[in-house]
Design a binder for this molecule. Structure first.
Ligand code: GDP
Ligand code: MG
Length: 455
């Protein structure tokens, strides 16, 4: 924790600038060994132009050195950012020179970990830094940004303060029974219930919204020739997959990314599912099932111009446990009796799956399809002020609610207030896992190992 760390902070590749970040107590003396100007006494938040040199005096690059003195820096330590030209050879040479001058290569997320340990941000904010960097759509970016700005931290500290107050009141009455009255049980109940309500709302905001962060995997499944590849193309608005009237054209799975109203979707076209003796096609069919197993949503495609086949029925029966959406394709050909079978089926198995009728060929109803996909993922208004997308946070919130509910039960059954106090302490412990107050070294290491180097 006390050594001086260094890493390339910008993405690999060419760019206008490439930035190297250094943090730790020796930051300025390390740079001073290989910079053409003396920066030792320069004030914080100043920028210095000069040459970065190798230890044997050769010029590596013409650079700008920005100085941030502790505690007013990202990590809270002495920090410098060296802006080089955005070229990997330059950046690697500069990095080598700084390592030779006494810095050590930073581990993934180590800058942000130091920022957390120095109290610059709490754990939920530190995690949102990573979410922000990895966000793939406007919406997931906004959700991460809200959390970085402290939305969640603020809510946690309000609840934590209330729980701490309750604990203090209970413990004072236990320790000094002559001087301090027992807190009123009805009052305690209503205050704890209030905390539960706030957390419940946060938990509800998560209902499937983690797709914003994690992305959503959608498999397109169905018999051969029903138009699966055409649907992939229509959704992507390109001719990515080969479409022919030869059954079994798509033999391998094909994965493409798209943005549906802010949700990063990975769309997978699969080989048509049917009995086949063709070895290659057989492997394709096996892969289709693997994809379906790991998918968040399965689009079951049926050819609306035909009657339901045994193969269709067989496919449908195999995905009964998954989130599915029925797509009746080829509506441009008229007919469409198959819809009655599907409607009956949905009623029979008591599912709430939706049916969408489209023509992939004419791109009819593709926008509706996107809307239905979006609605199946999101069950709330995305303008909601704070949305919890992190599964770790949700688990901690659920545990906190459970502990608080136990404390309510103790109150209602007139147990000793000691028991109430223990449950409240458990709840505070769970909430502390979100802000990092009660995290163990192992948990922290795990969280920061998910970061990229240089962040
Ligand atoms: N009339 C009509 N034909 C379609 C439609 N969608 C796909 N097709 C045709 O159906 C055949 C099979 O399409 P394809 O996308 O390769 O199906 P896949 O085997 O399920 O991937 C091709 O000849 C397509 O042109 C549609 O909406 N209407
Ligand atoms: Mg295909």
């Amino acid at each position: 924790m006390n050594d001086t760390i260094v890493a390339i902070a910008t993405a690999i590749g060419q760019g206008g600038v490439g930035i190297i970040r250094i943090s730790g107590s020796d930051t300025f003396s390390v740079i001073n060994k290989i910079f053409s100007k003396n920066i030792m006494d320069k004030p914080s938040h100043t920028i210095h132009h000069g040459n970065l040199l190798s230890l044997d005096g050769l010029v590596i690059d013409d650079v700008l050195v920005s100085i941030f003195r502790n505690p007013k820096s990202y990590t809270g330590e002495d920090v410098a950012e060296i802006s080089c030209h955005g070229n990997m050879i330059v950046l690697n040479d500069a990095l080598k020179a700084l390592l030779n001058a006494g810095a050590r290569l930073a581990e993934p997320g180590e800058f942000t970990k130091r920022a957390f340990l120095n109290g610059k941000l709490d754990l939920s904010q530190a995690e949102s830094v990573n979410d922000l960097i990895k966000s793939q759509t406007e919406t997931s970016k906004n959700i991460a940004l809200r959390q970085l700005q402290g939305g969640l931290s603020e809510k946690m500290s309000v609840i934590n303060r209330e729980l701490l107050k309750i604990t203090a009141e209970i413990e004072a009455s236990i320790d000094f029974p002559e001087d301090v009255h027992e807190p009123c049980k009805i009052d305690l109940e209503s205050r704890i219930t209030n905390c539960i309500d706030i957390i419940d709302k946060l938990i509800k905001s998560n209902e499937k919204s983690y797709f914003y962060r994690e992305g959503m995997k959608i498999a397109i499944l169905g018999n051969v020739n029903v138009g699966k590849s055409s649907i992939l193309n229509a959704l992507l608005d390109t001719s990515r997959a080969i479409v022919t009237d030869v059954p079994g054209t798509t033999r391998d799975v094909l994965e493409e990314s798209l943005d549906i109203n802010g949700i990063p979707v990975s769309l997978v076209d699969t080989a048509g599912v049917r009995e086949t003796s063709d070895i290659v096609e057989k492997i394709g069919v096996e892969r289709s099932w693997e994809i379906v197993n790991s998918a968040d949503l399965v689009l079951i495609v049926l050819d609306g111009s035909k009657d339901i086949s045994e193969n269709d029925k067989n496919i449908i029966s195999k995905v009964i446990d998954k989130d599915i959406l029925f797509i009746i394709n080829k509506t441009d050909l008229g007919k469409c009796d198959i819809i009655e079978y599907i409607e009956d089926y949905i009623k029979k198995v008591n599912s709430n799956s939706t049916i969408v009728k489209i023509s992939a060929k004419n791109c009819d109803n593709i926008e509706t399809l996107k809307k239905v996909i979006y609605n199946s993922a999101i069950k709330y208004d995305s303008s909601e002020s704070l949305i919890i997308t992190n599964r770790r946070h949700i688990e901690a919130l659920n545990n906190a609610v459970n502990s608080m509910k136990l404390s309510l039960e103790s109150l209602q059954s007139n147990m000793e207030l000691d028991f109430v106090s223990i449950d409240i302490a458990d709840a505070r412990y769970s909430l502390g896992l979100i802000t990092g107050a009660t995290c163990t070294e192992d948990i922290l290491n795990f969280i920061f190992s998910e970061f990229c180097i240089g962040k």
